[in-house]
Design a protein around this ligand. Structure first.
Ligand code: ZN
Length: 253
């Protein structure tokens, strides 16, 4: 969307009724080997590939997200991790959705790459739909997608032959490292892969958070075994299954 003109955009909205994909991520430490933009770089890349399969326009990504939580992102204490308050994220998404609706967009998919964003994105979607109803717009439909929900058991077994540690500990680990190796290998510092054992969190949170709970590298489980091949496996599956979901929900794209 940022790379086309307003007249091309307007024409496509009118003629194709495309779905507008909004990638959302974070600026967050991803260990010594992955870029801090990993959580928006991955869903943006997936969105661009999905847009080759269906009538879709990829909106500029949200590059900042909600605060990193220790048990899923390592915690917000790392240098570089730069986060929004929850209501800021909700209001940003509300505003952008309302603007797209004003342009005539009636099909949107929010493509999240950072787990902590979830409830604040739901809030932004809900506020936008509520306010648009007051303005007489009732036909806007929005999907909220977390790409990892599209992983089949078959692919999980291929990517984790020794057993899957769970999505929460997958921060900067095998999945994100593999996808980064496939999508943007020049941004991966494989020689910096840390040797920390998997994080061992108690089953509760504490505030203020205790940085000693998180491995010093910021990686929550070992990324050894990551490969571009595994990344391709994951990305191909996400693109194909997300495109199918969009076609199911938005006939004709
Ligand atoms: Zn991540």
């Amino acid at each position: 969307m940022a790379e086309i003109t307003w007249t091309e955009y307007q024409h496509r909205i009118k003629e194709e009724s495309p779905v507008v994909l909004i990638p959302v991520g974070a600026l967050e430490q991803h260990g010594p080997h992955l870029p801090m933009g990993t959580d928006h770089l991955i869903p943006t890349a997936i969105s661009r590939l999905v847009a080759e399969e269906v009538a879709a326009i990829v909106a500029p990504p949200f590059n900042y997200g909600y605060k990193s939580q220790p048990r899923m992102g390592g915690g917000n204490h790392f240098c570089g991790t730069t986060s929004l308050d929850g209501h800021t994220l909700s209001i940003m998404l509300r505003d952008v959705i309302k603007e797209f609706a004003r342009h005539g967009v009636r099909r949107i998919a929010v493509m999240d790459g950072h787990y902590e964003n979830m409830m604040f994105l739901i809030e932004g979607i809900d506020l936008a739909l509520r306010e648009l109803r007051y303005e007489g717009i009732h036909d806007l439909k929005i999907l909220r997608i977390e790409y990892w929900d599209f992983t089949s058991n078959e692919t999980l077994t291929k990517v984790f032959p020794d057993g899957f540690p769970g999505y929460a500990l997958e921060h900067a680990a095998v999945m994100e490292t593999s996808m980064s190796l496939y999508l943007h290998p020049h941004l991966v510092r494989l020689e910096k892969l840390p040797d920390d054992p998997p994080a061992d969190f108690p089953p509760y949170d504490v505030y203020p958070l205790n940085p000693a709970w998180t491995p010093a590298s910021g990686v929550l489980s070992p990324a050894h075994g990551a490969s571009a091949d595994k990344g391709k496996n994951l990305i191909d599956e996400y693109v194909q299954r997300i495109a199918t979901a969009l076609k199911d929900e938005f006939p004709g794209i």
